[in-house]
Write a protein that binds this ligand. Structure first.
Ligand code: AMP
Ligand code: TRP
Length: 330
């Protein structure tokens, strides 16, 4: 049995990227492993969320997770800020985090390019807090999308530095968990980059069918392939990546074949099919979100029980780590 941890920041609603990057893999893991799933509310502070909105965001994301099938009977579901041991471990791990290494993080460089007016130490040490989220349970696997690969590499660095410095074999080397060969990256609909909340190119799990149809219809296409078996431009490849995620293999090979033979005038059918399959996936999730979202009693029960379960392990890890580092009470 492995230990599995994953989390999401409570910023906006869940989109298809979150679903295929983090959630589907977690759903498979939760059946047979010791699993932890949390709302990374502390991480979300790097962008200074409006205090009036923070709780609403947490509520939305939490309800959406539960609606996707993350099961409180199988996994501990909790808010990061409810586990103070994570913050303490974060402080300890900071001592094992060379500044030069953090400066090279792609996500950090990306954020300072996009928001040069908000470069705070919390953002800088984001990967250290993430490492604490993972190492506090001494996890083996972390179901995440491709964008988190480098953060996990840092987590492994801190784990092995700890082991080396204190001459122990305490922390495992956690790896990104993937069922397919490669970590998935769900693209946006605007022909560039990954689907992401800050990119305004998302299909949200709670979007209604009309919105989904409209978004898919507006995806960038062109006049069709220019010949037989030519390379696909990125924006067409993106549509295929989405199709591979939501549709059956038969549907995918049907459209792949149209591309290979260089047929034209089928993009609107592909989009119709894509929208239909996304709607099929999201309708039941949307309905469940509506049922769960305002059920305070249920949400309280889930997060309290989840936090208790998580705290039990977190306390034990922190205690052992501190002992290994030489902390001792009189
Ligand atoms: P975020 O919404 O950025 O907090 O991401 C939460 C989880 O979703 C992380 O595991 C990410 O790797 C994953 N994720 C976010 N966007 C994508 C995407 N476009 N493709 C695959 N995984 C993603
Ligand atoms: N950094 C992740 C993201 O932006 C969220 C996250 C925080 C996380 N801590 C984690 C994911 C620990 C997995 C494990 O998507």
């Amino acid at each position: 049995m492995s230990i599995v941890v994953s989390g999401v920041r409570p910023t906006g609603n869940l989109h298809l990227g979150n679903y295929y990057g983090a959630i589907t893999n977690f759903l498979k893991m939760q059946e047979r492993n010791e699993c932890y799933f949390f709302i990374a509310d502390l991480h979300s502070l790097t962008t200074h969320p409006d205090p009036k909105m923070l709780h609403t965001n947490v509520r939305n994301i939490l309800s959406e997770y539960l609606a996707c099938g993350i099961d409180p009977e199988k996994a501990a579901i909790y808010m990061q800020s409810d586990i103070p041991e994570i913050v303490q471990l974060y402080l300890l791990l900071n001592m094992l985090a060379p500044i030069a290494e953090l400066k090279k993080t792609v996500s950090f460089k990306d954020k300072i390019r996009k928001n040069p007016e908000n470069i705070n130490a919390g953002l800088f040490t984001y990967p250290v807090l993430m490492a604490a989220d993972i190492l506090i349970f001494n996890a083996n696997y972390v179901p995440v999308g491709k964008d988190q690969e480098q953060h996990l590499e840092l987590t492994r660095n801190y784990a092995s530095r700890f082991n080396h410095r204190y001459n122990v074999n305490y922390f495992n080397q956690p790896t990104a968990y993937i069922f397919d060969k490669e970590l998935i990256e769900i693209p946006g609909l605007n022909g560039s980059g990954k689907m992401g909340k800050s990119e305004s190119n998302c299909i949200y799990l709670v979007d209604n069918p009309q919105i989904i149809e409209k978004k898919v219809r507006s995806a960038l296409t062109d006049n069709g392939p220019v010949g037989e078996n030519t390379p696909k431009p990125d924006y067409i490849e993106n549509l295929f990546t989405l199709l591979r995620a939501v549709s059956t293999p038969e549907v995918v090979s049907y459209y792949e074949n149209l591309w290979i033979v260089g047929a034209t005038k089928w993009y609107s059918n592909l989009k119709k099919q894509l929208a239909e399959d996304i709607i099929k996936l999201t309708i039941p999730i949307r309905q469940r979100v509506n049922d769960i979202r305002n059920d305070d009693t249920y949400l309280r029960k889930v997060t309290q029980e989840g936090a208790e379960k998580a705290k039990e392990t977190a306390r034990k890890t922190l205690k052992e780590v501190k002992q290994l580092m030489g902390f001792k009470s009189f």
